[in-house]
Design a protein around this ligand. Structure first.
Ligand SMILES: Cc1cc2nc3c(=O)[nH]c(=O)nc-3n(C[C@H](O)[C@H](O)[C@H](O)COP(=O)(O)O)c2cc1C
Ligand code: SF4
Length: 470
């Protein structure tokens, strides 16, 4: 079934596999897409996926996060994006065999990093403290003017996506980013029409969806990525709202399927064409990216951000003090792999709406993918890490494999490295030598591979993340 075509609105997908959003440090400093970005994306198109969903492309000029991710905050980005998308699609296996959907978003107070600390990176629904995500010491509530300006940012970026001749647009209301901060009852403690009740917390997304639809027109493919369950109560995923008295216990769990299903129905009523379902709050998080706790990459990343705030400094110090085994026990408790981790959530939402649903997270084996599709849990699946590990995954399936020969281990090191290091697979156990791993990483971002990283045939540093090898 995974090789059967599927149509949403006017757009036909050649099969049921989409490359899920994956980005990191491949755009120019100002956010313009670069040849490295095109090369990275084109390799997936060559691999035969039906479409690519872009990394989260920022709509806000100030919040560029991570650095060197693409941006769409200005008209000057249209031309380069149009050329890039043409080139990426030309790498597919036939005319329109690979669709390109741009995901737009705003990180809000989960902004990972910045050249220097700035007030813009604190903006959110309400004031809260979050140990794990974002660098600012705490979030602050946006004013009504700032909210309206954000809605305008989304609408203008959406217009640019159409002008760049992409096949569709996706708004991310997941990943703990700004819209998700408004949906989540723990981070949204507002008392105006953007906070409080389940419906009020949806108001920002409502405004953005209406504005984006108006900008792209009735016929343009438009989806929303939604987190089915916030899992606020996951170990160490707690946010602390800076309010007294503390929020009711329900807020400490976050939105669950009941609330999200309500949101899904509203999105369908607003004319959204598909829903893309994952779960959890924050990137990376163990529910959205099921797998091992990427301890080594987290340490390196926290250390890299430490200059930005007191919180970032303390966070790095805490991580440096504990030995790796203790960090894994304390911080990695919720991290474990679960195949098709969010397929049952997608199924519950699919039952409540009549628009197509994409399931995301933990798809690698053919029988798991086919099982989710055949049992009607979802219409398409979106895959990230297993395609990074094996961009020829579909060819391997075609050749009869159920599991790829050298599968993704779901160690999540790539997710936690992405804001600091080049994109690629960072699990040294998948490579005969560290040099081969390095060449693989460099090959993802440059057409000029192979490189001069000489194959010494040794594994240094006990398979540690490259940055930790002395
Ligand atoms: C290196 C890397 C970068 C990612 N960047 C983004 C991103 O920019 N936006 C987004 O919504 N998800 C991003 N993700 C999350 C993936 O889209 C996907 O949801 C997650 O990896 C779980 O799917 P998987 O189990 O198929 O990997 C990223 C994942 C990886 C591995
Ligand atoms: S680093 Fe490699 S093996 Fe680990 S999750 Fe990413 S792609 Fe998979």
């Amino acid at each position: 079934m995974l090789f059967e075509p599927f149509r949403i609105k006017g757009v036909t997908f050649a099969n049921r596999i989409l490359r899920s959003s994956m980005g990191g440090r491949t755009a120019y400093y100002d956010g313009t897409v670069s040849p490295a970005w095109v090369h990275f994306e084109r390799r997936f198109a060559k691999g035969g996926v039906a479409g690519l969903i872009s990394p989260t492309i920022s709509v806000n000029e100030a919040r560029q996060s991570p650095l060197e991710y693409p941006s769409l905050h200005d008209d000057r980005f249209i031309g380069p994006l149009r050329d890039a998308v043409r080139e990426i699609k030309a790498g597919g296996r036939g005319k329109d065999e690979c669709r390109y959907i741009v995901q737009i978003g705003d990180t809000g107070a989960h902004t990972h990093t910045s050249l220097r600390p700035q007030d813009a990176d604190q903006m959110s629904a309400s004031a809260f403290f979050d140990f794990q995500y974002g660098y600012p010491n705490s979030a602050r509530a946006m004013s009504l003017d700032e909210i309206q300006s954000t809605v305008g940012d989304f609408a203008r970026a959406a217009h640019r996506v159409v002008a760049a001749e992409c096949d569709g647009i996706e708004v991310t209301a997941s990943k703990g980013y700004l819209i998700h901060q408004f949906l989540n009852p723990l981070t949204n403690r507002r008392t105006d029409r953007y906070g409080g009740s389940v419906d009020n917390r949806f108001q920002l997304l409502d405004d953005i969806v209406r504005a984006v639809r108006k900008a792209v027109g009735a016929d343009f493919l438009f989806g929303v990525r939604l987190s089915a369950r916030d899992f606020n109560n996951s170990p160490l995923s707690l946010r602390f709202p800076l309010v007294w008295p503390p929020p009711p216990w329900r807020a400490w769990i976050g939105n669950d399927l009941a609330e999200t299903t309500r949101y899904a129905r509203k999105l369908e009523e607003l004319g959204v064409d598909y829903l893309h379902i994952d779960s959890g709050f924050g990137f990376p998080n163990p529910h959205g990216s099921p797998g091992g706790f990427p301890d080594e990459a987290v340490v390196v990343t926290f250390n890299a951000y430490r200059f930005l705030s007191r919180k970032a400094r303390m966070r790095a110090q805490i991580f440096n003090v504990f030995p790796a085994w203790a960090r894994k026990k304390i911080f990695g408790g919720a991290w474990r792999f679960k195949p098709a981790a969010n397929a049952d959530f997608a199924a519950a939402i699919r039952q409540a709406v009549s628009i197509p649903v994409i399931a995301n997270g933990g798809f690698q084996d053919r029988d798991v993918i086919d099982g989710a599709l055949k049992s009607g849990k979802c219409d398409l699946v979106a895959i990230a890490r297993p395609l990074l590990a094996n961009p020829d995954l579909l060819d391997q399936f075609n050749a009869g494999a159920n599991t790829p020969a050298n599968p993704c281990s779901f160690c999540s090191l790539c997710c936690a490295s992405t804001a600091i290091f080049p994109l690629g697979c960072y699990d040294q156990n998948r490579f005969e030598t560290p040099e081969r791993m390095m060449n693989q990483i460099l090959a993802w971002c440059s057409p000029n591979a192979p490189f001069g990283v000489k194959d010494g045939g040794r594994i240094d540093g006990d398979g540690k993340h490259p940055a930790l090898v002395q």
